[in-house]
Design a binder for this molecule. Structure first.
Ligand code: GLU
Length: 498
């Protein structure tokens, strides 16, 4: 894809701080960020906080936090500032008023004094009688200039509505959907400014996109039906359109029925923060989200952040829905976890180990080295970082938690006692405590008893780890250390194999 010749690419993510950012929101942020980085442009964060009733400060925090956690840095935005700020809509009300006034002056918008109740009633009646367009009946569009002046002078409460052309059609180009044609008679006169002086999304976003020099608007499919309104507003003002990009919907699969529908809470977590809390790596999430509705072509799936930037192109965005496949995310996360080197693995798992009480808040170098050995044994099996405590807990403390079925099968047997005794004896005398040393000791115990190695390995595994499954036994024993291993074998011998 070639960069637009006219301007540097400037993209924006424009979330409304009315809830926690979900997967679909973040995908828009990611695509906007990728496009800007791909062409050396700018990525802007803008808070669309004009819905005062639904404003939620926690959501504002979550928006910034998610971007930071995912490494989607923005060049301009709230607090970091920039040349075309402020970047919070509630601080930009004058701009919207000015544009609304210009539209009124040119006859493309008008004040509407109808009460909320009337508008509601009209909408219902038209819907019932199937009169198109549904919605407002344009009563105030016919008011005389004198009447309007009188009502305004009286301070009558009003909104400002856009005067949609009564016939004809609106045509525009969507970068992933091609030409879209919409009959104007299906559109009612939408509100631009509310009675409290705050703009609606229809007005605010286009004013800001214009004033902020946005070249590409990447937004959710839910905005597609309103796009003709935005195109008409641009035409009324003689403004050039930005490029519109509406990627396909993200769907979830119902765990019970297998049916797919718009992604929602019942498909599992939808807020990006929850995935991060659950131990998905930011780089795995980014890779996974990028592929939800975009493909670099071919069957390439694993891409680093830099590779994503290099390969990203609007042409690869799909307009059809994609399904959020948790199994694929788990697989991908596992791949990324296996790619971490030891210090990094410790660093990423630390929070989960601390929360589980397995290590202190500020482990020293020795403790980190131990954690590194423990975690690298579990690395192969981990799908999320949050699994680390459960997988690794038996490495900590005096005794592991003993699984009843494993104890019954491997320790409460006639041969377990002698096997544990023999193992304890040779392990305590092993000249070196490393993988080769403990392996030799265990195998020699079996040899001395005249049994197969498994006859010793199985009880020793349950005695030292509490369960039948886990990483390689000799590696595990080497990491557990001689004292802990002997203590556990002796305990198991007395407690279970008596
Ligand atoms: N505030 C809108 C939203 O969160 C922004 C849509 C857009 O990107 O223009 O849905």
């Amino acid at each position: 894809m070639t960069a637009p010749a006219t301007a540097t690419v400037r993209t924006r993510w424009a979330p409304s701080p009315t809830g926690l950012p979900h997967v679909g929101n973040i995908r828009n942020a990611l695509y906007s960020w990728l496009l800007a980085r791909r062409f050396g442009g700018q990525f802007i964060l803008r808070l669309e906080d004009t819905d005062r009733e639904r404003y939620d400060a926690a959501s504002e925090h979550a928006i910034v936090h998610s971007l930071r956690e995912l490494g989607l840095d923005y060049d301009e935005g709230p607090r970091v500032g920039g040349p075309v700020g402020p970047y919070i809509q509630s601080e930009r009300l004058d701009h919207y008023r000015t544009v609304a006034d210009a539209l009124i002056a040119s006859g493309s918008a008008y004040p509407c004094f109808c009460s909320r109740e009337r508008v509601q009633g009209v909408r219902e009646a038209r819907q019932k009688a199937n009169i198109h367009p549904f919605g407002y009946d344009r009563q105030c569009r016919g008011l005389s200039a004198a009447e309007v002046s009188r009502l305004l002078a009286e301070g009558a409460s009003h909104v400002v509505r856009f005067a949609v052309p009564l016939d004809g059609e609106t045509r525009f180009h969507d970068e992933v959907r091609g030409t879209i044609v919409y009959p104007n008679r299906e559109l009612d006169d939408h509100v631009l400014l509310k009675s409290d002086g705050f703009p609606t999304y229809h007005l605010a976003h286009m004013v800001d996109d214009r004033l902020m020099g946005i070249t590409h608007v990447i937004r959710s499919e839910e905005w597609l039906p309103s796009s003709p309104r935005h195109v008409l507003q641009h035409e009324a003002l003689g403004w050039e359109l930005p490029k519109y990009v509406h990627p396909g919907l993200i769907q979830g699969r119902d765990p019970q029925s297998g049916k797919v529908a718009k992604l929602s809470k019942r498909h599992g977590a939808v807020f990006v923060g929850e995935y991060l809390d659950q131990g998905y790596l930011p780089e795995a999430l980014l890779n996974f989200l990028a592929l939800l509705g975009w493909s670099p072509g071919g069957d390439r799936e694993l891409m680093t952040r830099d590779e994503l930037v290099e390969l990203f192109a609007l042409e690869g965005i799909n307009s059809s829905p994609s399904v959020f496949d948790l199994e694929k995310l788990n697989w991908m996360n596992g791949v990324y976890i296996r790619g971490l080197d030891r210090p990094e693995l410790v660093e990423r798992c630390l929070k989960h180990l601390i929360d589980a009480g397995l290590t202190g808040c500020d482990p020293d170098a020795d403790e980190r080295a131990f954690l590194g050995e423990v975690l690298s044994l579990e690395q192969e099996r981990m799908k999320t970082l949050a699994e680390a405590p459960a997988l690794a807990s038996f490495f900590f403390g005096d005794l592991p938690e003993y699984d009843e079925a494993s104890v019954k099968k491997r320790l409460k047997t006639a041969s377990a006692g002698p096997a544990l005794d023999a193992a304890a004896e040779r392990l305590s005398a092993a000249p070196t405590w490393d993988v080769a040393g403990v392996e030799l000791a265990v195998r020699e115990s079996a040899g001395a008893l005249g049994v197969k190695p498994g006859e010793v390995i199985h009880p020793v595994r349950v005695a030292t780890t509490g369960k039948m499954v886990g990483p390689g036994l000799f590696e595990t024993l080497a990491v557990l250390g001689r004292d802990r291993v002997l203590r556990r074998i002796r305990h198991a011998r007395a407690e279970f194999a008596g």
